[in-house]
Design a protein. Structure first.
Length: 108
């Protein structure tokens, strides 16, 4: 496999206890593989991850797996852990501004 990874997000399916996010990875014109990543419903309701961030969380995890095992990934199904969700949230949280409400400090 080359260093270029062509991943396509296919969609998600809601299940009883989790959501399944589907991706296709193209290794060559004839070699397309399907991967599924899951996030527990509880992770959404407890605000560990937002619904709109879930595909990005999954794609980052899948990219790490494909980079670590470029020719033969160990699995085709992966569960997103609480640690991965915390890492994503930390890395994608908005930065706090230095000034409150964008006002300049008073000069007396």
């Amino acid at each position: 496999m080359s260093n270029f990874i062509l991943m396509q997000y296919v969609g998600f399916k809601p299940k009883n206890k989790w959501r399944e996010y589907s991706f296709q990875v193209r290794y060559a014109a004839e070699d397309v593989r399907d991967f599924t990543l899951t996030i527990l419903n509880e992770d959404f309701t407890s605000h560990r991850v937002r619904y709109q961030d879930a595909p990005d969380v999954c794609s980052l995890r899948l990219r790490r797996e494909l980079t670590a095992n470029p020719h033969h990934p160990s699995h085709t199904n992966f569960a997103i852990s609480n640690g991965e969700l915390a890492e994503y949230k930390t890395g994608h949280s908005p930065k706090t501004p230095n000034r409150l409400y964008g006002t300049k400090p008073r000069e007396d």
